[in-house]
Write a protein that binds this ligand. Sequence first.
Ligand SMILES: *[C@@H]1O[C@H](CO)[C@@H](O)[C@H](O)[C@H]1NC(C)=O
Ligand SMILES: *[C@@H]1O[C@H](CO)[C@@H](O)[C@H](O)[C@H]1NC(C)=O
Ligand SMILES: *[C@@H]1O[C@H](CO)[C@@H](O)[C@H](O)[C@H]1NC(C)=O
Ligand SMILES: *[C@@H]1O[C@H](CO)[C@@H](O)[C@H](O)[C@H]1NC(C)=O
Ligand SMILES: *[C@@H]1O[C@H](CO)[C@@H](O)[C@H](O)[C@H]1NC(C)=O
Ligand SMILES: *[C@@H]1O[C@H](CO)[C@@H](O)[C@H](O)[C@H]1NC(C)=O
Length: 671
Amino acid sequence: MQLQVKKFNSFGISCAILVLLLATKTAPTDAVLEDVLDIIHVIKEVTTGILKAWDVVQSSPLASKIEFPLMREKQRKVLERLKEVNRQIEKTEEKQSQYTSLAIESVNDFIGTNVKLIAKMNEITDIMNRISSRYQQMTKYEAVKDKLEMVTLVTFAEWTVAPNAHSVHHLMDRLHLTLLGNTEKNNSSSGNLLAQLAANYEFSSSQICNMHQSPQQFVYALYSDIALTELKGYIMMEFSWMMLRVYGKGNFTQEAELMRNDYERRTERTLKLLQEVMRRSARIVWRCDPEPQHHVLGQTYDEVTRLLQGFIENEVDLNSDETCRETCSYYQNTRTESCFKEKFCARQPGCKGRLYNCQFVQSDMWVCQAPLNSTRRYEYVEYENGSVLGRRGRCVRGTSKVDSWWRYLFWHCSYCMCLCDEQSIKSDRFFNLREAVSDFTQNRVVTGLRFIKKNRIFHLQIQEGELLPRGNINQTSLTWKPVDNYNIFDRDVIKGVDYHSLSYESRSVDLDDINTDDPSFVVTGVRFRVVGTHLNLEARLTEINFETGKLVNSKELSYWNSNDNTDVSGDNRRKKLSISSPDIPTRTIVKSIPMSKHNEFIEFVNSDLYKDAAQTTVPFMDVQDVVSNPPVPLSGVGIYYKGRPGFGGFLAPKIITYDFTRHVVVPKRTP
Ligand SMILES: *[C@@H]1O[C@H](CO)[C@@H](O)[C@H](O)[C@H]1NC(C)=O
Ligand SMILES: *[C@@H]1O[C@H](CO)[C@@H](O)[C@H](O)[C@H]1NC(C)=O
Ligand SMILES: *[C@@H]1O[C@H](CO)[C@@H](O)[C@H](O)[C@H]1NC(C)=O
Ligand SMILES: *[C@@H]1O[C@H](CO)[C@@H](O)[C@H](O)[C@H]1NC(C)=O
Ligand SMILES: *[C@@H]1O[C@H](CO)[C@@H](O)[C@H](O)[C@H]1NC(C)=O
Ligand SMILES: *[C@@H]1O[C@H](CO)[C@@H](O)[C@H](O)[C@H]1NC(C)=O
């Protein structure tokens, strides 16, 4: 498949003719067509251009009256028109090729063992290569137009339109048939190649990673490639009829018209199909984990630290009377009151916050404390019966023997394992609540998202880019908008206004997709707010003019959208996503898969007691860029959870690409 990838790049589409007819015969509909996707636009322009070239040959006399110098002059003119047309094709191809190759790469990845699909793809590739190479040959004629023998062009033209199995004419038929199946007989779009590829892509995107294209973008990229090829085929045929006419081989008005009708019909069918496949394709782009061994703190992930952390404390220090009359589990919400006789409590940093959910494991243990610069307190704890909390390894600071004791024979002063919620310099638990919005004055929209930890505060950072006509983004304008550089201790920075601080009571994050069904709005900002005890995502939506690519310029016409649901019961309640027995997320040897749905929430929790001595706060935050290629405006954004059972997983943003479906216009031919 590797070889074919390259060749595949040079291909193209089918929907042009239709548009052409429209544009030339019913001029007033031109305006409507401004509102379409790039490729349809190009097809329109090219086909209009080539039709105009017929003016040159219109008055060509029939064979009997050929005048050689006049003929040469006409040939030259036609070739010049061709050159103009070709310039547009090349420009489009150049712009398109990288996205197409990205799409093709994905095809190669997921198509893997599907023999039927491979065969179809191979056939399409083959046909497209043939059309493209013939097309290249034709464009070369232009360069040597003054030295060309008449017979060369005539042979080329005759070959192109000949009714045999090698002609371009025939290749176009085959391409269409392979792509759509026999749609005359079966309207069901599920049988066609585009739909099959889209379905496969969507299915595999949960397994194959880093595609950077939503399924809808993928379908469109493939389609554009095929459409360009069909356009080339069409140009060759028009050109050929013109040449034959120039050389007095006949009138050919009828033939050309028939061919055009054919192209028109196919284009219409293909566009209808494209529209349907695009409507059904998902538009989500998410980022999968890096290779399991390549998680890098600060680059691919970051952590909320020491929100709830396993902490060993003796019962005697958990109450103000220094008694040991209860059991560990009696202490569900308490604090350290003392340090009785300077025992183990004096040999470890204390917990200055509240202690929750204390439990008794075993009386006597060895504790391996973590290095002082670590956010962990303990590397591991080993009990006398052999049970280990965390992973036993080399202990740099040496282990401490910690034994519970009896007081007056009936009271056991046990060492309990509690969860410590301590706000300290080591506890990064802040989320920015200020808005991150794109620059209106420069006509910019949000094109990507990522989490970033700055001054211990998590921000949802936006990538912004200048919006251009027809849903394009100016690539060179793409930038990650710097996040607000403030510190929680700064003057005028207020908890609950500028930032949210997680705590035992308030540590939920809502997992929502915030988007709009209205295709005239796109995302221009994001922010978090606190609803009850939940962090909740909001997206700012702004109206755009698709055709001109301008934001409808006023902040008043933008609004913030969110999922305000706080129901805890009923059918539409916000469901809690629980993480059971989570190990450190980066320890998994397989990549995470998305596990949350819209309208759920998740809590930050401590890692599992046995797997990690409850030392880590999970989920981690994925801090990789989430952007699409090509960059497009977004109709929505979201926060979701990805992971694997038994591991803590990651919170990450996703983007929902703009829905281009309604700009796949199937023009109506007016009588
Ligand atoms: C197929 O589509 C055509 C035109 O859209 C329609 O007239 C015909 O009834 C359809 N056939 C079936 C079997 O759905
Ligand atoms: C149409 O194509 C679909 C998908 O290949 C197939 O399931 C269905 O049976 C076909 N219908 C007819 C009438 O051939
Ligand atoms: C070519 O055929 C068309 C329609 O058949 C006719 O209108 C036109 O006059 C013909 N042109 C020449 C140059 O014969
Ligand atoms: C802690 O310090 C040691 C030695 O100075 C260093 O090797 C290690 O990377 C540090 N760990 C952290 C988490 O900063
Ligand atoms: C040690 O004791 C704990 C608590 O009683 C128990 O859960 C664990 O299974 C024991 N471990 C071994 C190795 O016996
Ligand atoms: C794209 O953005 C760059 C940098 O912001 C700017 O110089 C250039 O003029 C823009 N191009 C278009 C087509 O707007």
